[in-house]
Write a protein that binds this ligand. Structure first.
Ligand code: RI2
Length: 302
């Protein structure tokens, strides 16, 4: 799929989920590199730079997107020939997609040993990394089922229940505001991650902070599942992840509220590190306080 089509599909959320967005962006860079009709290296670099800019502009919160683009462009500008630059962009983007897919699988493998006493899990939104963890835990006999929050306004919880049911994991759909009601029955929370900051804060779908605070109130361990490329390297120098606000039409249709009523639709929130038991990455499980060291070790050069 070319850059513009990919960008539009990310914007309208036909392509969604931080990992999927990242893989699609990397593939779009690969597509540009394979199909570019640039006459020389300079033209190729100009084109790939504007492709990168277009892709990164689509959604601000998922740092996986800009990291995927940076990783796909690694070393490309230093190439001396057009063909060298083309080949490197293609191989970088292919390697990113491969690594990303295997990261999701490895996150799943890292989850079951964390659970001592089998019980019910809870999740919010739809995360391929959290699903991987929950399916692996179920197969290992470490969870007996899942409460899936509906996740207003886009209701990605419906995708989660479908995916868990397909994997034969018993799942119960709840509205978001029922999370506290069911929490006494819950043993563990697994959520996905859009981005992470160096202090160990996790940015994920709106409602995730509420879920983490509720889990803490009931002594339920709270795990964020995150591929290593979801950390924001610039957070080491104080940059914070921007929280995306989307159209209010995702919440209500035009005629549903009187004119003059303001509607606010922030789609992510930030979970502070003290509410997070652990971050499950493909490189192992870390405490939020280890995030800074983790970024230095695995994201050097972005
Ligand atoms: P994976 C999603 O964002 C959700 O917030 C989900 O938890 C997160 O991406 C990570 O998903 P959105 O695109 O990368 O639905 O684990 O706004 O699939």
């Amino acid at each position: 799929m070319d850059v513009e089509e990919t960008a539009q599909k990310i914007e309208d959320m036909t392509i969604r989920g931080a990992g999927r967005i990242a893989r699609s962006a990397a593939q779009a860079i690969g597509h540009y590199a394979s199909n570019s009709k640039a006459a020389n290296l300079a033209e190729f670099i100009t084109g790939i730079d504007s492709s990168a800019k277009r892709l990164i502009s689509t959604r601000p919160t998922a740092i996986s997107l800009s990291n995927a683009v940076s990783i796909s462009l690694r070393g490309v500008r230093d190439q001396k020939t057009l063909e060298g630059a083309r080949a490197l962009a293609i191989s970088n983007s292919e390697a990113f997609v491969k690594k990303s897919n295997s990261a999701v699988e490895r996150i799943g493998q890292n989850a079951p040993p964390l659970i001592e006493k089998p019980g019910i899990a809870i999740t919010i939104c739809n995360s391929s990394a959290a699903i991987s963890a929950m399916v692996a835990c179920y197969k290992a006999g470490k969870i007996t089922g899942v409460f899936a929050c509906e996740t207003r306004p886009k209701r990605q919880g419906l995708i989660t229940v479908r995916e868990l049911a397909e994997a034969k994991v018993p799942v119960t759909l709840i509205v978001d505001s029922a999370m506290r009601y069911v929490m006494p029955k819950v043993s563990v929370a697994f959520v996905g991650t859009d981005s992470l900051e160096s202090d160990g804060s996790v940015i994920n779908k709106i409602g995730t902070h509420l879920l983490a605070a509720t889990a803490r109130d009931y002594g339920v361990p709270f795990y964020a599942c995150a591929e290593s490329y979801k950390f924001l390297p610039a957070s080491m120098i104080g940059k914070r992840v921007e929280i995306e606000q989307r159209s209010v039409r995702e919440i209500v249709a035009n005629a549903e509220v009187p004119g003059g009523v303001e509607i606010f639709n922030p789609v992510f929130d930030r979970v502070p590190p003290d509410l997070i038991t652990g971050i499950i990455t493909e490189e192992g499980v870390i405490a939020p306080s280890e995030s800074l060291t983790f970024i230095g070790k695995f994201l050097g050069g972005i």
